[in-house]
Design a protein around this ligand. Structure first.
Ligand SMILES: *Cc1c(COP(=O)(O)O)cnc(C)c1O
Length: 430
């Protein structure tokens, strides 16, 4: 698949290169630049088609010039040892649970596929890659888990000392093997700056084959389209998709699936108080701003990076956006009320991000007619113990995948917040 940068048509890469580059050299995001029509492909799927079959078919078609069907199947089967689930909660609303992966959040789908593709494309090149990444907690753990045990790939994760939750720290520091944790004496911003400086040092980057695995990587975005297709196949009518959004990667993947031929009624972009995109859809003016802290903190984004990909998709015309997407945003108070009400009425416990989407889905049905809505659940409630406890007064059960980590031993190297520490670490270990 030929990809182009959102900032410059002349900046191009194949998928198998772009996944190692991450951000395009001009600062733009890679997007699929070839005409894609999956209508024929989708028409061969039905309710019983396994998730991995859908993923394999789509991957084989998307990467037809870069790997064969066996290659596509290898990537998919190594990546997805878990599946989405669809459950009805309340009238006309289905929740697409995306938290059955190893770190109990939807980011497992993207991270696992990226790791698996990198492993596949490195195997013919007798090369090694080192993934360098900074995390404030969640993303890093999905990446660490996804790359654990992958051949020819090492991961070096920087995290701010004392500023991630104890459970998150365990997720980053107990795997060992090819996963290396640097505990930085500083903030998340310091970690990000160090990683950025290391990437700017082109000789260091080249010498160690440094790559990034952050959420803008096309290798994480593309696989997120698979579960929209799978979920659509479970329905008798065209659903609306409601997507709790922060950086807008998840919804962009759904918009792509639809653009490639998946019949869907509309998309609802649901945010918390960081409502830059709903505001844009209403006023036509895009005003990124500093982020605010909310209960759904994985969505606290004031300048969503994937807006650039959406702009290309809709040819920078707000009317085109409006034809397919509708915005809504939810306060912390409303998030709390929704968690309480849905637990009381349906005995279903939601994480705060999922609650944002759920309320937006309900409001759509009240205001615009009783359409079938699929709303995406992005994380297991057990990952957000503090908020759930505060709102509902109950301690959610930690999923077993995470519970077992608590007894494992932390291994991390404590370093100062200076890019020199990264170089020192790389020279000592690789
Ligand atoms: C990352 C994340 C989101 C937001 O997804 P985007 O693709 O950034 O819009 C929502 N919920 C959870 C739990 C997340 O981790």
């Amino acid at each position: 698949m030929l990809l182009k940068s959102t900032r410059n048509d002349d900046v191009t890469a194949r998928f198998r290169e772009a996944i190692f580059i991450g951000l395009a050299p001009d600062g733009g995001l890679y997007y699929p630049a070839e005409e894609i029509d999956f209508t024929g492909l989708y028409s061969r799927f039905d309710r019983g088609t396994p998730f991995n079959t859908i993923a394999t078919e789509m991957t084989a078609a998307f990467l037809k010039d870069e790997t064969d069907r066996e290659g596509a199947a290898r990537i998919v089967d190594r990546a997805f040892t878990f599946e989405p689930a669809l459950v009805e909660v309340g009238e006309g609303i289905k929740i697409l649970e995306l938290f059955h992966g190893p770190t109990c959040a939807f980011k497992d789908f993207g991270a696992s596929f990226l790791a698996s593709s990198m492993e596949e494309f490195l195997k013919d090149r007798v090369e090694r890659a080192i993934i360098l990444t900074a995390t404030s907690g969640d993303t890093g753990s999905a990446v660490a888990r996804a790359f654990y045990g992958k051949k020819n790939i090492d991961v070096v994760i920087l995290y701010p000392s004392g500023r991630v939750s104890p459970l998150q720290e365990k997720q980053l520091t107990t795997l060992g093997g090819n996963i290396h944790a640097l505990e930085v004496e500083g903030s998340f911003d310091d970690c990000q700056r160090m990683v950025k400086e290391a990437f700017n040092d082109s000789s260091l980057k080249k010498e160690f084959g440094l790559s990034s695995a952050n959420s803008i990587n096309i290798g994480r975005l593309f696989p997120q389209s698979f579960y929209y297709v799978w979920a659509r196949m479970q329905m008798d009518e065209n659903p609306l998709f409601c997507v709790p959004s922060g950086n807008f990667g998840n919804i962009t993947a759904g918009l792509y699936a639809s653009h490639w031929g998946l019949p869907a009624e509309r998309f609802i972009a649901a945010t918390n108080a960081n409502n830059v995109v709903p505001d844009f859809l209403e006023t036509g003016v895009y005003r990124p701003r500093p982020s605010q802290t909310t209960h759904s903190n994985a969505m606290d984004v004031g300048a969503p990076s994937n807006f650039e990909r959406m702009e290309v998709l809709y040819e920078r015309d707000v009317e085109n956006f409006r034809r397919q997407i509708q915005g809504d945003w939810v306060t912390d108070r409303e998030t709390e009320e929704t968690m309480v009400r849905v637990y009381r009425d349906y005995n279903y416990l939601m994480c705060p991000h999922t609650a944002v989407g759920y309320l937006a889905a309900e409001r759509y049905r009240q205001n615009f007619g009783k359409k079938a809505v699929i709303t995406l659940s992005t994380a297991h409630p057990g990952k957000f113990v503090e908020v759930v406890d505060q709102v509902l007064g109950i301690q959610p059960e930690l999923p077993p995948e995470l519970r077992s980590l608590l007894n494992k031993e932390k291994k991390a190297e404590l370093v100062k917040s200076d890019v020199g520490e990264i170089e020192k670490y790389l020279r000592a270990h690789f």
